[in-house]
Design a protein around this ligand. Structure first.
Ligand code: AMP
Ligand code: MG
Ligand code: MG
Length: 309
């Protein structure tokens, strides 16, 4: 089936699956060479050569394939003059051949789409050697809502010792690339930040009264933990995450039946002109537990400390 015959959103996702995998190779290459080129963008907000190169590869490839689609990357303006081998034009043919586009996205046009790109989520963890926490995130929004996306994990180890896996999801289609599981024994296990905590973040965690709290890096990796049954809620009552952190995780988690919103239970808008900071935090839950109940349990002073979105 040729690329041009499929609806735009499906094409974008099929291309993003391949592009994210190549971005993952760049991330591993930079680490192997050992010259990380760390720049501090702000407090607790590092950028490395891997973030920059991964973004250049993703933006150059998507722009070449979909020149009229709005793409927003975490690292801002990038030089899209990339080496020829960084222009990824292959698509996941198997994905395209085996999935139908839901009716609601069949006629979606370029001007209804915004692609949010986090070329390397979990940079702090990347520089500290927690490589499993690192992901590449490509989220596709249609008419302000995150509806499809890819989480690529460049350092995931398969049983045959090969590395890297790509998880995709699309509302109305489902998810692929991962075996989903539930947290056993009706336990409430919460995953949260390991490097961006503060008193309000902790107050929200205390209120949720979890059986266990796991602290890992990256929004992408935390949502993978929800999908894999290692946790069933992601609670982060702070303004640190941005739309590129949550677009792909939200689309994939919701395609699997979960929910990702702010701490008040409201969905973020992924329109091109929004301020990218997720000012009222992130709350994500799997379909087995009540999102609403966690929202209710968040103390008033925590909700008030988070500005409106
Ligand atoms: P974390 O859960 O702390 O690993 O953060 C998930 C994503 O949000 C990463 O991309 C972080 O860089 C970003 N993030 C969260 N909190 C902050 C913060 N206080 N400053 C900068 N970035 C943050
Ligand atoms: Mg990030
Ligand atoms: Mg990043």
């Amino acid at each position: 089936m040729s690329l041009v015959q499929k609806p735009l959103v499906l094409q974008l996702l099929a291309s993003s699956i391949k592009i994210a995998g190549h971005a993952g190779k760049i991330i591993r290459n930079v680490m192997e060479k050992g010259e990380l080129g760390i720049v501090e963008k702000g407090v607790d907000d590092p950028q490395t050569e891997a973030d920059r190169s991964s973004q250049r590869l993703i933006l150059a490839s998507l722009t070449k394939l979909f020149p009229k689609v709005k793409i927003i990357g975490e690292e801002g303006q990038s030089d899209l003059n990339v080496p020829k081998e960084w222009l990824i034009t292959d698509v996941d043919e198997e994905f395209l051949a085996s999935h139908e586009c839901p009716a609601e996205f069949k006629d979606t046009k370029e001007d209804q789409i915004v692609v949010w790109v986090d070329p390397l989520d979990g940079t702090t963890e990347y520089t500290q050697g927690f490589l499993e926490h690192v992901t590449v995130l490509i989220g596709i929004a249609v008419n302000t809502r995150a509806v499809a996306g890819v989480i690529h994990q460049p350092y995931f180890k398969h049983s045959d010792n090969s590395v890297g896996r790509t998880i995709w999801g699309m509302k109305g289609v489902g998810i692929g690339g991962i075996a989903t599981k539930q947290v056993p024994d009706n336990k409430l296990v919460v995953t949260t930040t390991r490097s961006h905590s503060n008193a309000i973040v902790q107050a929200a965690l205390d209120a949720v009264n979890a059986d266990e709290i796991i602290r890992v890096g990256g929004a992408g990796y935390k949502v993978l933990q929800l999908l894999e049954g290692k946790a069933n809620a992601y609670v982060f009552a702070s303004a640190g995450c941005k739309r590129w952190d949550t677009a792909a995780p939200e689309a994939i988690l919701e395609a699997a039946g979960g929910i990702l919103t702010n701490m008040k239970g409201e969905h973020y808008s992924y329109a091109a002109d929004v301020h990218p900071v997720n000012k009222s935090g992130v709350l994500a839950t799997t379909k087995e537990i009540s999102h609403e109940k966690i929202v209710e349990n968040i103390p008033k002073h925590v909700k008030e400390a988070l500005s409106p979105q």
